[in-house]
Design a protein around this ligand. Structure first.
Ligand code: BES
Ligand code: MN
Ligand code: ZN
Length: 459
């Protein structure tokens, strides 16, 4: 995706004028009569993401006018990438209220397409943005495209083994160490919950625990944990077809932490980074875990499986226990964990959970600065009792009286998470609505804000 952004200006480009609603009149005052008439004819008002291609005497496009609305939101440039015809463009004007780095990033994210299974290739527009840090932006654009490609790839083409392959490629690119425990080796290595969730899958889709380690051992340890369920049938508590339809995306957390890890390594941040990815398929077979089963966990707590469809928290329990063994100063986990998160906040606003007030404030601030919104929800202690099991230490399906499913899932994770700074993100990882710049399908959420946070905390 990096080739959407040009940093060379020695070729012919079509000029693009980014114009706010209030600046439109001034812009037209010094424009040729033809353009004034053309703008009026086409009702170009410089509303956010409005595009007007104006022809020159030959009939070819001579300039592009791009509406910026009130000029405060750089993400409108996502729509520009989606709306422009293929060709090379150069951004000539934009208000001082916008950061050129944010513009480059938005254009790169907005031009994303998933065309792996489409025959033929479609040429894309490219944009020169003067005085932008293109290298930094392209690293983020690439990482987000990687996450989105993984999420969009169906389970037929992406199982636990393909997550491992991608993790190995990333580790090799940045000289990181990687270890992978597969299948029954998970039992000897003490990942019993990861094994239990993934053991019903076909042998070539065996469960695995992927651990990447990068950076100097002298640096503070940061651990990123991602839910890697490559398909969630629900298990024996099988999902109805509407709910199962999108469950190829249930490895969204894994894709997100691999992408965020890639940004951290590419920027060479002074941290000791661990990426922990339990990768499984929640499948159905004679060997599947059953409702009512009791599992052991890496931590030693026993878990009653009240519902085989609450599988994400089971694999994350073992991964978060592993995280605490690494003595982290900061642990972040990301997971498409509950349908309830979407009911609470909708698809565009992932909730996050932490009891660390300073961390919460920093996450909120960095998310806003990165135009990558998140919303804090509470680890409400009043609902802890909903996870009490009659026969085990904890159960994975909270009592109905607690209702807040995203909160109770987070409370479940908290039992296993490190006691040092920890935040959990219940992401949706998907655009259900198709609009220019936010194409329907996979979306990368929260990682641009988190990258900003990591850069601030550790540099
Ligand atoms: N992967 C799902 C959650 C999900 C569903 C995320 C739809 C995004 C869209 C998860 O494994 C799940 O099935 N959760 C259950 C938990 C319940 C059984 C306690 C849920 O949210 O219904
Ligand atoms: Mn499930
Ligand atoms: Zn799931």
């Amino acid at each position: 995706m990096g080739d959407l952004i040009l940093n060379i200006t020695d070729q012919t480009t079509v000029p693009v004028y980014g114009i706010t609603e209030t600046d439109l009149e001034a812009y037209l005052a010094s424009a040729p009569d033809f353009l004034r008439g053309f703008v009026a004819l086409n009702e170009f008002k410089a509303r956010a993401s409005q595009v007007l291609a104006s022809p020159g005497p030959s009939g070819a496009v001579e300039r592009i006018l791009f509406g910026l609305g009130d000029g405060t939101d750089p993400t409108v440039f996502r729509a520009l990438a989606a709306k422009l015809p293929a060709g090379d463009y150069e951004l000539k004007t934009f208000p001082a209220s916008l950061d050129p780095d944010d513009i480059v990033l938005a254009f790169g994210l907005g031009g994303y397409r998933f065309d792996r299974f489409k025959s033929g290739s479609v040429a894309r527009p490219r944009l020169v943005v003067p005085s932008a840090d293109v290298t930094a932006a392209v690293s983020i654009i690439r990482a987000c495209a990687l996450a989105r490609d993984m999420i969009n790839t169906p389970a037929s083409h992406l199982g636990p083994l393909q997550i491992e392959t991608t993790a190995r490629e990333i580790a090799a690119e940045f000289g990181a160490d990687i270890s992978v425990m597969v299948g029954d080796d998970l039992l000897a290595a003490n990942y019993p919950a990861v094994h239990a969730v993934g053991r019903a899958a076909a042998p070539d889709r065996a469960p695995r625990m992927i651990e990447i380690t990068w950076g100097s051992a002298d640096h503070p340890v940061v651990v990123l944990v991602g839910k890697g369920v490559t398909f969630d049938t629900g298990g024996l508590d099988i999902k109805p077809s509407a709910g199962m339809r999108q469950m190829k995306k249930d490895m969204g957390g894994a894709a997100h932490v691999l992408a965020l890890g890639r940004m951290v390594m590419a920027a060479n941040l002074p941290v000791r980074l661990s990426l922990l990815v339990p990768a499984v398929e929640n499948a159905i077979s004679g060997d599947a875990m059953r409702p009512g089963d009791v599992l052991n966990s890496r931590k030693g707590l026993t878990i009653e499986v009240g519902n085989t469809d609450a599988e994400g928290r089971l694999i994350l329990a073992d991964a978060l226990t592993r995280a605490s063994e690494l003595n982290p100063v900061l642990t972040l986990d990301m997971a498409t964990l509950t349908g309830a998160a979407r009911i609470a906040l909708g698809p565009q606003l992932p909730p996050f959970f932490t009891d660390d007030e300073a961390l919460a404030a920093e996450i909120t601030a960095c998310a806003a600065e990165a135009h990558d919104p998140v919303w804090r929800l509470p680890l409400w202690k009043g609902y802890v009792a909903s996870l009490e099991s009659d026969i085990a230490d904890i159960k994975n399906d909270p009592d109905a009286w607690a209702q807040a499913g995203s909160v109770t899932a987070a409370l479940f994770l908290q039992r296993f998470a490190p006691t040092t700074a920890w935040a959990h993100f219940d992401i949706f990882a998907w655009n259900p609505r198709n609009r220019p710049g936010w194409t329907s399908g996979a979306e990368a959420q929260a990682i641009r804000g988190l990258f900003r946070l990591l850069r601030k905390r550790f540099s």
